[in-house]
Design a protein around this ligand. Structure first.
Ligand SMILES: Nc1ncnc2c1ncn2[C@@H]1O[C@H](COP(=O)(O)OP(=O)(O)OP(=O)(O)O)[C@@H](O)[C@H]1O
Length: 853
């Protein structure tokens, strides 16, 4: 890779400030330089430093005493079956110290009765030979033999099961690397029916698949090239089986990790630093599988510089790296679909950053004066210290599978995102292939999906790439299989030009650790040298503090040294896998031997945690932005921002809004769906956008329709109520008028008696008129007017200035002959009935016309 002089200049960073509570930092004046060792694990590091590191634990064995090796069974030596077949026979294990107490004293250290240190050493020296775990035969002849400028393309056909055996549409010739569509089905496709690739595989042997498809790329990564291995294919065709495998058939990832450590072991001239990370892309959002809680602005983001804000853990052993893998795997999104019981709903990416450098004969890093040969394949960058560090990334990717719509709505939605990003991957590969074939440089739409954006540097050529296309050979999947083969054919044409990358020493974590170790060692030496003179001036208390500080320093040196892997250290820790996990309950009736074993395991756990602390520190360091000499208030503000606010917010959120996480996730998804299309998306995702918009527009329309219906119902109800109110008012008025009328009538009765026939309900003599204006309040004059025959019209006055009633007095010569009945009129039309019941009554005029009031 060509590097401009400017870019070669070391980018010196000021020592970062790592916020930490005052109480802890203040007790150690120079703790800002090595804050966490002191502040978070003072006793831890000192205990590790003094006891647990194998190389430094004082040995009670006389020099040259042979170490005991436990024998292992033949098959576990061969190592073809993995760790579960590892049978350790403890025949040559020395007797436990308790038994030895009674034995005749012997000059060998193993008979030392009680010294636990001696026990530790004995037990460590007894660890079984795990050469079976890292298979020597596999490592022999490892070399990156793939044509460097081409993608290594393999297809793997999933073996049919059950009835599927009779429905196979493809003929497979592994020896010729050929796959052909059976002539019986060939006519229907109208496409090429014969395909040749770098490897055509079938069956369930993952070892073979690893060797043919991925091993060379893993080794290339160890040699300094970025390497990318991914599986592509329709759902349930075997991508996860190929990458992860199962207990009996570990897949590419576990085998690759084994080879990584095997490679380190076989290369004593280099030292390595490994950092693992694991992410997934789900519904076009990147999630950190090692830190599932990080999200939003703190979550991983894809930038031109790669993926940032992603947790990277320094790993020092095969077991450690497998733990990381398992932890991440447990956070992956899988679900049962119509086709696969455990279908990956996201693209998952396991990344291993490998930094390495030549070391001298004494184990120290080489300087140019020592004449290290130029690493072939890349520019050697030599900066201040003259050191160059090779850096590469091994990416192992299990893509989600392309699929048809499923019966589940949520799965369908995920499926849309999956298909879209795979479509974009296809488009990107197609464009790259065409550019390569025709010597063009057409725009490649990397930015149209997160997956292609992340793969951009690799697909653009700066990596060794291997793709395994997994196929379903059944007749029911001819279309999908043909499409996958098309992808395989296109990607074969992509041109690569990967080169080794060497980075400036200050950017390499390996170099930073190495420098820190050297500085610490120098300081330690100096302080130890001055100790006798200084101690004379110090109080007893100060001397204790001083000795504690020295312990911390040496603990830190040991921890940092452990992170840097060499052939020797990998050899030492290869027993990790076989050791039993620590029981949760301590049984003090165990033999001293067993207890020592427990002790050792616990110490190792402490070491593991300490390693984790260190790698967390490393991530933290990358985030620290306040320089050491920044004003106090700035540091305080940072502490509040990083610790206090998130802490309180978290507590508050959990109390006030327990479902906030889900809500936020949903909001994020909605935001994504609704807002950022234009800036983010290209053609394929626009199709998703339209789909989603259509879906939501339909829902919105239905809701609006419902709203309109309920609005008009409410309006109708209001109108009905108003009508009823009016009627009620009218009735009340009529009631009042009737009451007045009746009382008028009552008072006029004596004078009318003999002239007017008795007014009764339903009788034929009555009055007529409209009821609109107090029909029951006819004035006496009206009555008299209508009864011209009335001899003595009574001057009765109306009580209210109401409109004159149009009630007409019945014709004829009515005679009021039943005053008693008339007086009972109130009884017959009680007030309540007028209001609540049917208020009308009927009277008849002379012509017997019924009038209903
Ligand atoms: N080569 C194989 N040999 C034996 N079993 C296999 C093979 N390939 C796949 N299987 C089995 O088929 C099932 C589906 O495989 P797998 O989950 O790997 O598919 P996938 O392509 O990853 O699907 P998805 O895209 O839905 O995640 C699993 O039970 C797996 O064990």
């Amino acid at each position: 890779m060509s590097t401009s002089p400017e870019s070669r200049a070391p980018r010196l960073r000021p020592p970062p400030f790592t916020p930490r509570p005052r109480s802890q930092t203040s007790s150690y004046p120079d703790s800002l330089r090595y804050p966490s060792t002191r502040s978070t694990t003072p006793s831890l590091t000192s205990s590790i430093s003094s006891k647990s590191t194998r190389s430094t634990t004082p040995s009670l064995q006389p020099p040259g005493t042979p170490k005991y090796k436990a024998t292992i069974s033949a098959e576990s030596r061969i190592g073809t079956k993995g760790p579960k077949n590892l049978h350790v026979r403890h025949t040559s294990r020395p007797p436990s110290p308790r038994k030895r107490v009674d034995a005749t004293p012997s000059p060998t250290p193993f008979i030392h009765p009680v010294d636990p240190e001696a026990g530790l050493l004995d037990w460590k020296s007894l660890e079984p030979d795990l050469s079976a775990e890292i298979d020597e035969r596999d490592l022999a002849g490892i070399s990156s033999s793939t044509p460097e400028d081409k993608v290594l393309v393999s297809v793997r056909v999933k073996p049919p099961s059950g009835e599927g055996r009779d429905n196979q549409a493809w003929n497979i010739s592994p020896d010729e690397n050929l796959i052909t569509l059976d002539p019986r089905h060939a006519r229907s496709t109208g496409k090429a029916t014969e395909h040749r690739f770098d490897a055509v595989l079938t069956g369930s042997d993952n070892r073979l698949v690893y060797q043919r498809t991925a091993r060379s790329h893993v080794i290339a990564a160890m040699e300094g090239y970025n390497s990318l291995v991914f599986a592509y294919g329709q759902t349930a065709s075997g991508k996860t089986f190929t990458l992860m495998g199962d207990e009996n058939e570990p897949g590419i990832i576990p085998r690759a990790l084994k080879d990584v450590f095997g490679y380190i072991r076989k290369n004593p001239t280099r030292e390595f630093l490994l950092r693992a990370s694991y992410l997934e892309i789900y519904n076009e959002t990147v999630y950190d599988l090692l830190s599932p809680s990080s999200s939003g602005s703190l979550g991983p983001t894809i930038t031109d510089a790669g993926v940032v804000n992603l947790r990277e853990e320094v790993v020092t052993s095969l077991k450690g790296i497998k733990d990381v893998l398992e932890r991440g795997d447990s956070s992956r999104r899988t679900a049962s679909t119509d086709w696969n019981e455990r279908s990956s709903r996201s693209h998952s990416v396991f990344r291993l950053v490998i930094e390495s450098r030549e070391v001298g004969i004494d184990g120290r890093s080489e300087s140019p004066s020592q004449g290290v040969p130029q690493t072939p394949g890349g520019t050697r960058l030599q900066t201040r210290g003259g050191r160059s560090v090779q850096s590469s990334v091994l990416s192992l990717i299990d893509l989600a599978g392309s699929e048809k719509a499923t019966s589940d709505k949520e799965r369908t939605r995920e499926g849309k995102y999956i298909n879209t990003s795979l479509l974009t991957l296809g488009t990107v590969i197609g464009t790259l292939a065409e550019n390569a074939a025709k010597g063009k440089s057409d725009h490649v739409p990397y930015r149209n999906s997160k997956l292609t954006r992340m793969l951009q540097p690799s697909l653009a050529g700066n990596a060794r790439v291997s793709v395994i296309c997994t196929l379903n050979g059944s007749t029911s999947a001819i279309g999908e299989t043909t499409s996958t083969l098309g992808f395989a054919t296109r990607i074969k044409k992509v041109q690569l030009h990967a080169v080794k990358k060497e980075i400036i020493d200050t950017d390499a974590l390996l170099e930073r650790y190495r420098k820190e170790i050297e500085e610490l060692k120098a300081r330690l030496e100096e302080r130890e040298r001055d100790a006798p003179a200084r101690n004379r001036r110090l109080s007893a208390r100060q001397q204790i503090d001083e000795s504690r500080a020295l312990n911390d320093m040496s603990g830190r040196i040991k921890q940092l040294t452990k992170l840097i892997l060499t052939s020797e250290t990998v050899n030492e820790s290869k027993g990790d896998q076989s050791r039993p996990s620590s029981p949760s309950k301590l049984d003090f009736s165990q033999s001293p031997y067993e207890l020592q074993k427990e002790l050792l395991l616990s110490k190792e756990e402490i070491e593991r945690q300490a390693t984790l602390i260190l790698s967390l520190e490393a991530s933290l360091e990358q985030r620290a932005v306040v320089p050491l000499d920044a004003p106090e208030f700035e540091k305080d503000a940072k502490i509040i921002e990083l610790w206090v606010i998130p802490l309180y917010y978290d507590v508050w959120r959990k109390n006030v809004w327990p479902d906030e996480d889900n809500r936020q996730k949903q909001v994020k998804e909605y935001e994504f769906v609704t807002k950022r299309y234009e800036e983010n998306l290209g053609e394929p995702l626009r199709a998703v956008k339209e789909d989603v918009e259509k879906e939501w527009a339909g829902k919105l329309e239905a809701l609006e329709e419902k709203l309109r219906a309920s609005d008009s119902y409410v309006l109708e109800c209001e109108r009905g109520l108003e009508k009823e109110r009016q009627i009620r008012l009218k009735l009340e008025e009529e009631k009042r008028a009737l009451v007045a009328f009746v009382s008028d009538l009552d008072s006029a009765l004596p004078s009318l008696r003999g002239l007017v026939p008795p007014l009764t309900m339903g009788t034929s003599h009555s009055y007529t008129g409209t009821m609109a204006s107090s029909p029951f309040r006819p004035t006496l004059s009206a009555l008299t007017e209508s009864n011209p025959n009335s001899p003595t019209p009574s001057p009765v006055k109306t009580k209210s200035p109401r409109k004159k009633s149009s009630v007409s007095i019945p014709h004829g010569n009515p005679t009021m002959n039943d005053s008693t009945r008339a007086a009972t009129l109130f009884d017959q039309t009680p007030e309540d009935d007028l209001i609540d019941g049917d208020a009308s009554f009927t009277v008849h005029d002379k012509e017997n016309h019924a009038i209903t009031i």
